[in-house]
Design a protein around this ligand. Structure first.
Ligand code: FPP
Length: 271
């Protein structure tokens, strides 16, 4: 376990015990999270929905910092989908304000923890001040070598694939030749170019949908769902998800090791 993780945990706590059980040689390289349930968290407390988003920031902070301490390569948080533009104006404005506040307050912590911050999504659809703030955050952390923290903003998985095709076609037209296309070449046109695909996809609040998130990249991700609402999600649950992930056998459509199909019991029956 990395010393920075050990130092951050209270000895004897549940989190410390869970962290001890993690196999650090088999960490998921990329964890992606659909943060859901902010509205319900607020409703249950008879608070306006936006208070749920505000409370969700503490979970963002906790999960980003623990991911860095764990030694994950990439963390992607789904903060605002293309479909979220349909929400009431006040809610959209509050989310954007919270995002700017988060960046301003946390930039020092991101730098101290060597975290590189990046936005994936249709950044051009965000307002100019938000874009400026995001660009400044990306620029300031560009040299960081630890965790890559992607925030998905104005993001849609289908839109990402369309944007990739659009760029590919334009470049081909400009060059007068189309690239020989295979999966790796195509992935190089996605917002996540050069990053490992998510190994583990977490969704909070008990919903069982992908909601247009990283459609290409999660092809073989292990999914882990919890009823916990996002504002109540903390590193203890992240550790549980990782431990559960480490119990799973990843076969990528093939056979389990030693399962040559002849012996029966280890033969893979499904994809
Ligand atoms: C889903 O809950 C959550 C969102 C649409 C936004 C998540 C945003 C944050 C936690 C704050 C900003 C993020 C960063 C990275 C600083 P919901 O409103 O759909 O909840 P409901 O399903 O209970 O209504």
């Amino acid at each position: 376990m990395r010393p920075e993780l050990r130092d951050s945990l209270t000895p004897g706590s549940e989190a410390a015990a869970l962290a001890e059980a993690i196999d650090f040689a088999r960490l998921p390289r990329h964890v992606a999270i659909i943060m859901d349930g902010n509205g319900r968290w607020a409703q249950r407390r008879r608070l306006p929905r936006v208070q749920g988003h505000r409370a969700g920031i503490a979970s963002v902070r906790d999960v980003v910092e623990s991911s860095a301490r764990l030694g994950l390569q990439v963390l992607t948080l789904y903060a605002f989908s293309i479909e979220n533009w349909k929400r009431p104006r006040l809610e959209v404005e509050t989310l954007m304000r919270l995002l700017r506040e988060y960046l301003r307050r946390e930039l020092r912590t991101l730098l101290d923890n060597d975290i590189r911050f990046q936005v994936i999504g249709r950044i051009r659809e965000l307002s100019a001040p938000v874009q400026r703030e995001l660009e400044a955050g990306m620029e300031a952390t560009a040299g960081c070598k630890g965790l890559l923290f992607n925030i998905a903003l104005s993001y849609g998985g289908r839109a990402e694939i369309v944007d990739a095709c659009d760029r590919l076609v334009r470049e081909a037209l400009a060059r007068g030749t189309a690239p020989a296309l295979d999966e790796a070449t195509f992935a190089g046109y996605l917002y996540t170019a050069g990053q490992p695909d998510p190994d583990l996809l977490i969704r909070t609040s008990g919903e069982m949908r992908l909601s247009n998130f990283l459609l290409w990249q999660v092809a073989y991700a292990e999914m882990w769902m919890t009823d916990t609402l996002w504002p109540d999600f903390r590193h203890v649950e992240l550790f549980r998800a990782i431990l559960d992930y480490q119990k799973r056998e990843r076969r990528y459509g093939g056979l389990a090791p030693g399962g040559d199909g002849a012996t029966g019991p280890r033969r893979v029956q499904s994809l």
